[in-house]
Design a protein around this ligand. Structure first.
Ligand SMILES: Cc1cc2nc3c(=O)[nH]c(=O)nc-3n(C[C@H](O)[C@H](O)[C@H](O)COP(=O)(O)OP(=O)(O)OC[C@H]3O[C@@H](n4cnc5c(N)ncnc54)[C@H](O)[C@@H]3O)c2cc1C
Length: 477
C-alpha cells in the first residue's frame, strides 16, 4: 500500500507549528514528543503504521477551529480522529500531518424526549449515547460491534452500521444535524433537530465523507423508545450456502427481523474456544432477532422457524430467557476478538445483494484454497454486508501482500455481483485503489469536485478514499 512521500517543507515547520498550537491549546492537548505521537500511529487496521508530526486534543469547537486555522495558514495536512477503531485505515496519519483527536469532546449538550433527539459532542462513544437516555426508556439505534469504544465522530464519517441496522438503518438514517469546522476554521451548521431541511442535502454528503470535508464537533441524533421486548433465534446449518439461502428466503418472505447475523465454522469454533457461548459445532449459524410485544415476537419467529425448517437445520434454538439471549449474542459480539487469537487478520467489508450470498460464500471458500489463506466469515447477513476475516501472519514475508490480493479479489467479486466495495467500514486506504472498479472516471470526478469545494487545498485526511494517481495533481504531489 503506497502513501505519498512526506513533504519536507511541512516536516521542517514542526517547531513553529507546535509553538502556534500551544498558543491556542493547553500544553497537555499538544502531543509532539515522538515517543508519545506513536500512540496515534495506526487505527484498527494495524497492518499500516506511521506516527503523525503532532497530535492535538482540543476541548471545544472553538479550539478545533483555532487548530484548523493554524494548519490551513501553514499548509499542514490534518487527519481527524475519533477513537481510532477504523478497520479501513481511515485515521492513519501521514508523517507530515497533524492528528486532530476529538476524544475530549464527549459531553451531552441537549436531550429532548418529546421530540426524540439528543445533541452530543462528537467524541462521545456510541454506547454512551444510549447510556445517556436508557433510564428514560430510549436508545440510539446504530450499534457497531465496536460501540463501547468508537466515537459518534467516526460513526458519522464512516456511516457506520451494526447488527440491528437491518430494521433501524445505519448512521445516516439516524443523524439529524452536525456542527462542522471547515479546513479554514469556519464553523457551519448542517441539518438540525427537524425532519428535513430546505436547500441541498449537505447532511447526506457529510455522513460517510471519511474526514474529507470538515471536522464534525457536534451531532444531533435521533433517539427511539425501547421496544417492548426482543428475542433471538439461533439456527445451525451443515452448509454455508444453505444458511445464505435461508437468509434470502427470510428477507423475501417480508418479515423484518431487527438483525440477521451469520457466522461460519472457523468463526464458530474460534468463538466457542474464546467466549464459550454454547454454539453448535456446525458449518454455519444464523442469529435472527425480532422485536415487539410477546405476541408479535411469537408470530414473527413462527414464520422464520418455518422457513428455517425447510432448509434442514441441524439446530433451531429460540431463546427462552434474558440469560440465553445474552449467551447467543455473546459469541457474535466476541467473534472479531476470537479470530484475533488465532492469527493476524484483515477484516473486509463488501456488500452484496442478499440473493448472491450462496454464490459469493462458495467463491470465497474456493479462493481461500487458491490463495492458501484461511478465511472466516461473520457478518450482517440481512443487509448483505459481508465481513470475511482473512487470516495471515504479519511476521511471514509476503503474507500481507497475499492477503491484500485475496481481499481485493473478494471486493471485486462483490462489485461484479451488483454490490459495492464497502458497507460500513468506509474506503480509507484499504479500498482506495479499488475505487475505479466501482466508479467510472466521470463518477469519481464528481466526488473529487465536491472535495475541491469543501477543502480546496486538499489538506484534510490526505491519501484516503481516492486512488493516489487520480488525486496527484490536486494534492500537488
Ligand atoms: C472490533 C471492531 C468491530 C467493529 N465493528 C463494526 C461494526 O459492526 N460496524 C461498523 O460500521 N464498524 C465497525 N468497526 C469499525 C469502526 O469501529 C467504525 O468505522 C467506527 O465508526 C470508527 O469510529 P472511530 O471513532 O473509532 O473513528 P476513527 O477510527 O478515529 O476514524 C474513522 C474515520 O472517521 C474520520 N473522523 C474521525 N473523527 C472525525 C471528525 N470529528 N470529523 C470528521 N471525520 C472524522 C477519520 O478521519 C477516519 O476517516 C469495528 C471496528 C472494530 C475494531
Amino acid at each position: 500500500m503506497d502513501m505519498p512521500t512526506p513533504d519536507p517543507v511541512v516536516l521542517a515547520k514542526k517547531e513553529s507549528l507546535v509553538q502556534r498550537l500551544l498558543s491556542v491549546l493547553p500544553p497537555d492537548a499538544v502531543v509532539h514528543d515522538p515517543v508519545e505521537t506513536r500512540a496515534y500511529e495506526c487505527d484498527g487496521l494495524a497492518a499500516y503504521k506511521c506516527p503523525p508530526l503532532v497530535a492535538v486534543l482540543p476541548g471545544s469547537t472553538a479550539e478545533v477551529s483555532a487548530v484548523l486555522k493554524i494548519c490551513h495558514d501553514m499548509g499542514v495536512p490534518v487527519v481527524p480522529r475519533g477513537a481510532g477503531t477504523s478497520l479501513s485505515g481511515g485515521a492513519l496519519p501521514t508523517a507530515d500531518s497533524v492528528i486532530l483527536g476529538v476524544a475530549r469532546l464527549n459531553g451531552v449538550l441537549e436531550t429532548d424526549y418529546d421530540n426524540r433527539f439528543i445533541r452530543v459532542q462528537s467524541g462521545r462513544t456510541n454506547l454512551s449515547v444510549t447510556g445517556a437516555v436508557e433510564e428514560n426508556g430510549f436508545f440510539y439505534a446504530p450499534d457497531p460491534s465496536s460501540q463501547l469504544a468508537c466515537a459518534i465522530a467516526g460513526n458519522i464519517a464512516m456511516n457506520s452500521g451494526g447488527a440491528h441496522c437491518l430494521k433501524y438503518g445505519v448512521t445516516t438514517n439516524n443523524l439529524l444535524g452536525v456542527t462542522m469546522v471547515m479546513m479554514d476554521g469556519s464553523v457551519v451548521e448542517i441539518g438540525g433537530a427537524h425532519l428535513d431541511a430546505g436547500g441541498l442535502d449537505l447532511l447526506g454528503l457529510i455522513c460517510g465523507s471519511e474526514g474529507q470535508l470538515g471536522v464534525v464537533t457536534e451531532a444531533t441524533l435521533r433517539i427511539l423508545p425501547k421496544p417492548e421486548g426482543a428475542r433471538p433465534l439461533l439456527i445451525g446449518f451443515n452448509s454455508s450456502e444453505v444458511a445464505g439461502a435461508c437468509v434470502s428466503d427470510i428477507i423475501r418472505a417480508g418479515v423484518l427481523p431487527v438483525a440477521i447475523e451469520f457466522m461460519d465454522r472457523p468463526c464458530i469454533r474460534a468463538t466457542e474456544a474464546f467466549a464459550k457461548p454454547g454454539y453448535p459445532d456446525c458449518e454455519a449459524l444464523l442469529i435472527v432477532e425480532v422485536e415487539g410485544s410477546e405476541a408479535e415476537i411469537d408470530a414473527q419467529l413462527g414464520v422464520i422457524e418455518d422457513i428455517a425448517r425447510s432448509h434442514d437445520p441441524v439446530e433451531l434454538r429460540a431463546s427462552k430467557s434474558e440469560d440465553e439471549s445474552a449467551r447467543i449474542w455473546l459469541g457474535r459480539k466476541s467473534a472479531f476478538g476470537a479470530m484475533g487469537q488465532i492469527n493476524d487478520y484483515m477484516c473486509l467489508d463488501g456488500t452484496i445483494p442478499v440473493s448472491s450470498l450462496p454464490h459469493v460464500l462458495g467463491r470465497i471458500s474456493e479462493m481461500s484454497v487458491e490463495y492458501g489463506l484461511d478465511v472466516g466469515n461473520v457478518f450482517h447477513a440481512g443487509d448483505g454486508n459481508m465481513h470475511p476475516l482473512i487470516l495471515y501472519d504479519a511476521n511471514k514475508p509476503g503474507d500481507l501482500e497475499l492477503c491484500e490480493a485475496f481481499g481485493a479479489d473478494i471486493l471485486k467479486l462483490c462489485v461484479e455481483v451488483g454490490g459495492c466495495l464497502t458497507g460500513e467500514h468506509g474506503v480509507g486506504i484499504e479500498k482506495r485503489d479499488l475505487m475505479p472498479n466501482q466508479y467510472g472516471t466521470d463518477d469519481l470526478e464528481v466526488q473529487l469536485a465536491v472535495k475541491d469545494v469543501f477543502d480546496p487545498g486538499w489538506l484534510l485526511n490526505p491519501a484516503k478514499v481516492f486512488p493516489l494517481d487520480v488525486t496527484q495533481s490536486r494534492r500537488g504531489g
